[in-house]
Design a protein around this ligand. Sequence first.
Ligand code: APR
Length: 241
Amino acid sequence: MPQTEQSADKIVILTGAGISAESGLGTFRDAGGLWAQHRIEDVATPEGFARNPALVHQFYNARRIQAAEAKPNPAHNALRRLTENWPGEVVLVSQNVDGLHEAAGCTDVIHMHGQLDQALCATCGHRWVAPMEMQVGATCPQYAHPTARPDIVWFGEMPYHMEEIYSHLAQADVFTAIGTSGQIYPAAGFVDEAQVAGALTVELNLEPSAVVSRLEETYFGPASKTVSTWVDALLREVKPA
Ligand code: APR
């Protein structure tokens, strides 16, 4: 492991909930995951928020507190080592809203599904640092609209930074998906974009994802192990300048 060529210079990485599982944060679709405990339509849709904002705030407040207490694990740390030491470009796109890549020291993470530590005004689009516990009717600090919400991309909403992500995928030499079930689009379709660009495609996951047959290299096991091994092997190939 791995067969990834060291000549590849632009690596685009997509992370999902599985990379944070060993930090104690629950995934969505594993047994006992978040979507087994909560109805998506109640807590992760604009309609759910309109119906019962208190319930939605309660859900994200709990997740915000849990994420703030969590520590990055060896998989997050390995990706920081890669971003620091890979001679080419490394683009980190995350579906995660937890901030553990930043806690590990990664900068410029593209958060396509938003961030728990941010609040968003549903009226004017202003963003600010979310308090640990958001309240119903909290106002936007810019124009005092009473429409503050968690800055999370809900089902039925457009993920963030899509143009930028597709442009990176179009130039990728390697595309690696880590800890994601491949069930949610558009992220699940990134492998196809990368393949069209001629990139080598890699999956690192606990078990095969829904799109595993579309990836060329696959390594299964806990992210703390597979990501560290993959990164170490890549960095061993880097020749000193
Ligand atoms: N190491 C690596 N992978 C793991 C680990 C682990 N320790 N534990 C679980 N996994 C894998 C699971 O096998 C699964 O394939 O992580 C994946 C988690 O899948 P999901 O729960 O579906 O999470 P994700 O793919 O990130 O979900 C995508 O769906 O509900 C939305 O917005 C939410 O961003 C989320 C999106």
